[in-house]
Design a protein around this ligand. Structure first.
Ligand code: F6R
Length: 590
């Protein structure tokens, strides 16, 4: 949430660089934007509400080698130009952008007001430049004053600051990601790597409680607590510039859905020895818990079924935001499996910290290499889906489920069989996702696009997929969609079905096929318009979306047509599927 991108170095077009780079982080927030450039005339600031993608960077061509920009997802204070970042001190010399929340901002603001500071916004961020200004009265060194201010903040934050009389860019982090791009021409500081992939793929990660100070020629890392210097490794990242762009597609969401032709294979191609070791860790653990948020949580929930059906192994799922309540069950022999696309989700990180505080081990399944979760976990598996830019998660989910199925087969001592099944499934998905199929799904969308309510049912591992289908449709099309376990309908939800209500049923050729079909018949009897996603036709379906037969990998196959339906529902209802209202990718606040 919130995107930050700053640059200091030899180039003279820093304003354009930070605006253009930040456009690649728009998925982190798109309420408002702002930029600060240090020019010969002093620091020039522009900010406004709206999307950074609409900003013409050619207005920032003034000679400038130190600049930073921000794209906002509002937490404190409405979406107004005054609340957009950057925020400045009373004298206008200290300029700050923030990703995160300063929890004790009210106390700090009152204290600063009593010392004469004047505030112009209703954000928590504005206390930062004022506090630095206050600190500089007794500590004139800018970077040292930033450190002293940070010592007073409570909450989770990543900040970047600059001063009109200094050539430094100062970054500090506690909880929200900041990554340094090491370029030939200077240093880039961003909330995520796509901001600077075009300029460098060599990075240094800032960890919690650390700060970085750079003048564009060199960079100094230190701890916030003591100011003691620390050394950092340079790491090469594998993602390419092309992967992070839309290419021929109108939206990232459709591009990423189509990429599942290859991304599932990449997820399956794991080191077999490592998968066996992890399966052994699960086998030896006294209690295995799986946590994630949103879509990733649905992958965790599906894992309960994969582990049960394939390996007869019991594991416990909890949404990461609820995991706090499980701490009584944790001991050093427990294992926590966390799943996250971004590797930065605050609730997941908190769950990890709870588990670690009890001495339990943490296994992470993540997409973003070098993310906080990837680095903090005891073991980490990358799903290798490539950058996911659309807010709605698609290819990350199928990659997560592929890895979980692989582990389930390894647990059952049948890893090669699982690998074969998944690779065959990936090949079938490649065939399935052809232009004619996508056109056919678009046609089905046209039949339901005017309806305001939609229901999805599934049983067994298709139950979490029914819940995931609902998330996907809700978040991009704003249609009220709800997912249910098929058997739950007659206990209440069936009262919602009216003549023509669209109902999607997720069917596999598995042990619950007869049950889910009979639940579907119950819906049809109440007037439901039945869209069956299944390998075989059934007379109850008004529309049949044919999918390949895939055994235990069926939920991976069956969710893909729903992703496409959700995409077209959004587009046909005039919504932007890549940037749904009220949302942002990478939820770094709790
Ligand atoms: C929905 C979606 C979210 C994320 C959730 C967790 O399409 O993308 O529900 O799945 O915010 O994010 P990660 O996986 O980055 O931890």
């Amino acid at each position: 949430m919130c995107g930050i991108f700053g640059f200091v170095g030899k180039r003279q077009d820093a304003g354009v660089v930070v605006i253009e780079g930040l456009k690649n982080l728009e998925y982190r927030g798109y309420d408002s934007w702002g930029v600060a450039c240090k020019t010969e005339e002093g620091i020039v600031i522009r900010k406004d509400v709206g999307k950074i993608s609409t900003v013409d960077s050619s207005q920032f061509t003034k000679k400038c080698s130190l600049a930073m920009a921000h794209t906002r997802w509002a937490t404190h204070g409405g979406v107004t130009p005054e609340n957009a970042h950057p925020h400045v001190s009373c004298d206008g010399n200290i300029v700050v952008v923030l990703n995160g929340i300063i929890e004790n901002y009210e106390t700090l603001r009152e204290e600063l007001k009593s010392k004469g500071h004047v505030f112009v916004s209703t954000t928590d961020t504005e206390v930062i430049p004022h506090l630095i200004e206050e600190e500089m009265k007794s500590e004139p060194d800018f970077a040292a004053a930033v450190r002293r201010a940070c010592l007073r903040f409570q909450g989770r934050y990543g900040i970047v600051a600059m001063h009109a009389d200094s050539s430094l860019l100062v970054a500090a982090r506690t909880g929200s990601p900041l990554i340094i791009g090491v370029g030939k021409d200077g240093f880039y500081i961003a909330s995520d790597t796509p901001a600077f992939l075009e300029h460098t793929r060599t990075v240094q990660y800032l960890d919690d409680g650390e700060m970085a100070v750079t003048d564009g020629k060199s960079i100094l890392f230190s701890t916030i607590e003591t100011g003691a210097e620390i050394t950092k490794r340079e790491i090469a990242i594998t993602w390419s510039v092309e992967q992070a762009h839309k290419g021929e597609f109108d939206h990232f969401m459709l591009k990423e859905i189509m990429e599942q032709k290859e991304s599932i294979t990449r997820a399956v191609n794991q080191d077999e020895e490592q998968i066996r070791t992890l399966a052994e860790a699960i086998n030896n653990a006294k209690g295995t818990f799986l946590v994630g948020c949103g879509t990733a949580a649905k992958a965790c929930m599906a894992a309960e079924y994969f582990f049960s059906v394939i390996a007869q192994k019991h594991v416990n799922f909890a949404p990461a935001s609820e995991f706090k309540l499980y701490h009584h069950f944790l001991r050093p022999e427990s294992l926590l499996i966390v799943i996250s696309q971004s590797g930065e989700t605050a609730d997941v990180l908190e769950a990890m910290h709870i588990a670690k505080s009890k001495g339990a081990k943490v296994l992470a399944i993540v997409n973003v290499e070098g993310s906080t979760i990837d680095r903090e976990a005891d073991y980490s598996l990358l799903i290798n889906a490539g950058p996911e830019r659309a807010v709605a998660s698609t290819k990350a989910l199928t990659g997560q489920m592929a890895v979980l199925i692989l582990i389930a087969y390894a647990l059952a001592g049948r890893l090669p069989e699982g690998r074969k099944l998944l690779l065959e499934t990936a090949a079938k998905i490649n065939d399935m996702l052809n232009p004619r199929y996508v056109d056919f799904l678009e046609g089905i969308t046209e039949k339901i696009q005017e309806r305001e309510h939609l229901f999805i049912i599934g049983k067994s591992w298709h139950y979490p997929m029914a819940l995931e289908s609902a998330i996907k449709i809700q978040e991009v099309s704003y249609v009220h969609a709800e997912g249910f376990a098929g058997g739950e309908l007659k206990h209440g939800p069936i009262a919602l079905i009216e003549e023509g209500t669209p109902c999607i049923t997720l069917v596999g050729n598995d042990e619950v096929r007869a049950d889910i079909l009979s639940n579907t018949i119950e819906l049809k009897a109440r007037g439901g318009f039945i869209i069956g996603i299944a390998p075989e036709r059934h007379e109850v379906f008004d529309e049949w979306i044919k999918v390949p037969e895939a055994g235990a990998a069926q939920p991976i196959v069956n969710i893909i047509p729903v992703q496409v339906l959700a995409y077209f529902l959004a587009v046909k209802r005039g919504k932007d599927p890549d940037m749904p209202r009220n949302l942002a990718k990478s939820v770094t606040v709790k």
